[in-house]
Structures are given as structure tokens and as C-alpha cells.
Design a protein around this ligand. Structure first.
Ligand code: ADP
Ligand code: 5GP
Length: 195
């Protein structure tokens, strides 16, 4: 793919579910105007308040099968029992501008985008502890018990992949973590890795 057509930075953000990625990215977007976050395709049903084309493009499993068959996805992965992927049309859209582009992906998606775009910067959002992650997931209240257990189980695997990322931001204090993520997104972070 033609990385040369894009003038902005590419940033891949991944996190265990409930670590606060959505909360942090909302703050980053409020504070940095020149950010575009890609909208992924998914088979996951919309949560209350989610709108098709805003948080995700929502597809049935059959429609997602068709996207795969038509080669319409740059990458896709099974995550928490559903399928998620980046549409080629969405990648084309974000690469047309010169904004900083943020991809919210899982670890497999991060590896894929780094292969396509070696200059992309990857950042892992870590919870302060697994106990706090569980509290946050429960507090969000958008997942049933079975889905929550799956997300917690997957979190352990995701945590063990965190050192594959260029940066690790621990989301303990929200204001501090936001500042740290903004520094990474703007290419101004000083440390190379915060384990
Ligand atoms: P994710 O997008 O990673 O799944 P969310 O952004 O939905 O996670 O956050 C999960 C829950 O944790 C939400 O209820 C959110 O308000 C809370 N949360 C996020 N960041 C913090 C923080 N730094 N301290 C305490 N609670 C937080
Ligand atoms: P949620 O169901 O909580 O919205 O998202 C679950 C996870 O799916 C995200 O945290 C992210 O790790 C992963 N994800 C979302 N979109 C994509 C995508 O386009 N590709 C890949 N590989 N993973 C994604």
C-alpha cells in the first residue's frame, strides 16, 4: 500500500477491553483537532447509544463473510468472540488527508498495520492492575457476565503482548495518562518504553 500518499502520522492504539482506551481517546480528540480515528467494521451488535458509521460499521456475520470474500478488508481478526476489521475504503479515506490517523485495533491488527506501515507508531494502554480492570469493566455495565469473563481472560494474553508496542501508557490517573498519550500521538514522547 502507498504510504507515501499520506503525510500525517499513523498511530495504532490497543488495550485490553475496559482499560479506558475509549475514554482516553475521547480526551485526546478534544485536545488535538487534527486527529482522525478509523471506523472499523464489526459483527458485534451495537451497544446502546452506538450509531452505525460512527463507533463502528455494524455487519451481520453473513455480510462480514462477504466483505472477506470481496477482499474489502485490509486486516481483520476474531476478538472477544466477534470479528472486527479495517475496511480498505476506510483506510483510503483516512490516508487522503494529512491528519494524524489513529487505528484502534487488537494486537493482531497492530502487527498487521506495522507490517504494512513500518513507520506507524504503536501504543498499548494498560490498566493499573487486573483488579482495577475488572472493576472498570463491571462499572461500565455494557457487557454480560459471560462476555466480561471472556474479556478478562483475553486481557491476560493482551497484557503479555504489551512489550511488542513502541509505547505503553498506564491509565491510572486519567489526566496524566491523557497527557502521556497526547505526547505519543504528537511524536513528542520522551521515553521509548514504559513497562
Ligand atoms: P475501553 O474503551 O478500553 O474498553 P472505556 O473507556 O469504556 O474502556 O473505560 C472503561 C471504564 O473505566 C469506564 O467506565 C470509564 O469511565 C472508566 N475509566 C476509564 N479511565 C479511567 C481512569 N483513569 N480512572 C478510573 N476509571 C476510568
Ligand atoms: P469493543 O467490542 O469493546 O468495541 O472492541 C473490542 C476490541 O476489538 C477493541 O478494543 C480492539 O482491540 C478490537 N478491534 C476493533 N476494531 C478492530 C479492527 O478493525 N481490527 C482489529 N484487528 N481489531 C479491532
Amino acid at each position: 500500500m502507498q504510504q507515501s500518499t499520506h503525510n500525517g502520522r499513523l498511530v495504532v492504539v490497543a488495550a485490553p477491553s475496559g482499560a479506558g482506551k475509549g475514554t482516553l481517546l475521547k480526551r485526546v480528540r478534544e485536545q488535538l483537532p487534527n486527529i482522525t480515528v478509523t471506523v472499523s467494521a464489526t459483527t458485534r451488535p451495537p451497544r446502546p447509544g452506538e450509531t452505525d458509521g460512527v463507533e463502528y460499521f455494524f455487519y451481520s456475520p453473513e455480510e462480514f463473510d462477504r466483505l472477506i470474500a470481496e477482499n474489502a478488508l485490509v486486516e481483520w481478526a476474531h476478538v472477544h468472540g466477534e470479528r472486527y476489521g479495517t475496511l480498505k475504503s476506510e483506510l483510503d479515506r483516512v490516508l487522503r488527508g494529512d491528519n494524524i490517523v489513529i487505528f484502534e485495533l487488537d494486537v493482531q491488527g497492530m502487527r498487521h498495520i506495522k507490517r504494512l506501515y513500518p513507520d506507524a507508531v504503536s501504543v498499548f494502554i494498560a490498566p493499573p492492575s487486573m483488579e482495577e480492570l475488572e472493576r472498570r469493566l463491571a462499572g461500565r455495565g455494557t457487557n454480560n457476565a459471560e462476555d466480561m469473563a471472556l474479556r478478562l481472560k483475553n486481557a491476560r494474553g493482551e497484557m503479555s503482548a504489551r512489550l511488542e508496542f513502541d509505547y505503553v501508557v498506564v491509565n491510572d490517573d486519567l489526566a496524566r495518562a491523557t497527557a502521556e498519550l497526547i505526547a505519543v500521538v504528537r511524536g513528542e514522547a520522551r521515553s521509548t518504553k514504559i513497562p
